[in-house]
Design a protein around this ligand. Structure first.
Ligand code: PMP
Length: 283
């Protein structure tokens, strides 16, 4: 397998960056993760558009016009043409003497690689998650590699054997450490509105579209923790999470259960999602 680093295709162990790379020194970088099913990319344009948005928001100069061909080549060189997996892309503000302000001249550091991952079987999962405080900054709409708050919270979840945590900011649920968050209440689907407090999830956006096309009421409104007792189903979405149903929410002082089986709205959306994958990738 080969990774792309600054114009070269290298063996992973040979791909190296400078200790003065701002991605390393400051977490001054942007990333993106794009799924592929049987080697066929899913929602590529949408992911590249979000990458462009994030780069733009932090004024990180990088020409991404050749990224599509780099991505295709990464799948090929890793021999994943028939496999399920994902592309990881990271762009950092290159190498410069360490100052907080942006250097005047720099060459962005670009890393792209493909890896195999399991994208099947999410319909059989009914998971528990930890509920944590959202300690992130106020620009969660930027897909920054500075993920300290996310990794601290997710490590707490992992200590209890949960793969994800969902977060609360000022009394409202926001999202997961690496997934978007949805609730079902009165047969309607609720999710936090886009803005500075969540990442505009690509899977989230697709799900909203699927709701609208299928006459499922979708409300982009943050759910206050105080209304949790009216909620009948909870699920999380993401590129590799896809649509995962949540069985129990673990608060520090209580556990809230959502039944012994995946709810019917979640099930329906999982089926619609699978149909959409088939339609767009042909597999
Ligand atoms: N929120 C956060 C904080 C994430 O890290 C992710 C995963 N990238 C998501 C939501 C889900 O986004 P997507 O559907 O684009 O993978």
């Amino acid at each position: 397998s080969k990774v792309y680093l600054n114009g070269e295709w290298l063996k992973p162990e040979e791909a190296k960056i400078s200790v003065f790379d701002r991605g390393f020194l400051f977490g001054d970088g942007i990333y993106e993760v794009i799924p592929f099913y049987s080697g066929k990319l899913f929602l590529l344009k949408e992911h590249l558009q979000r990458l462009r948005y994030s780069l733009n928001e932090v004024e990180l100069q990088c020409d991404i016009s050749d990224f599509e061909s780099i991505i295709l080549k990464a799948i090929e060189l890793t021999e994943l043409n028939a496999a399920d997996g994902a592309i990881y892309i990271q762009v950092s503000r290159g190498m410069a003497p360490r100052t907080h302000y942006f250097p005047e001249n720099y060459d962005a550091t670009v890393l792209v690689y493909a890896y195999k991952t399991n994208l099947r079987g999410f319909q059989n999962q009914f998971k528990d998650v930890l509920v944590s405080n959202d300690l992130r900054w106020h620009r969660c709409d930027i897909k920054s590699v500075s993920l300290m708050a996310n990794i601290l919270a997710n490590t707490e979840a992992k200590k209890s054997d949960f793969s994800e945590n969902i977060m609360i900011r000022d009394g409202y649920f926001t999202e997961g450490s690496h997934s978007s968050l949805f609730f079902v209440k009165d047969e309607s689907v609720y999710t936090h509105p886009n803005g500075k407090f969540i990442l505009p999830g690509i899977t989230r956006n697709l799900l909203i579209k699927l709701c609208k096309e299928n006459n499922i009421v979708i409300v982009e409104k943050a759910l206050p923790v105080s209304e949790l007792d009216e909620v009948t189903e909870v699920f999380i979405t993401g590129t590799t999470t896809q649509i995962t149903a949540i069985k129990n929410l673990h608060f520090p002082d209580r556990i809230i259960n959502f039944g012994n089986d995946i709810g019917k709205v979640t099930r329906r959306l999982q089926l619609l999602f699978c149909e959409e994958v088939k339609k767009r990738t042909g597999v």
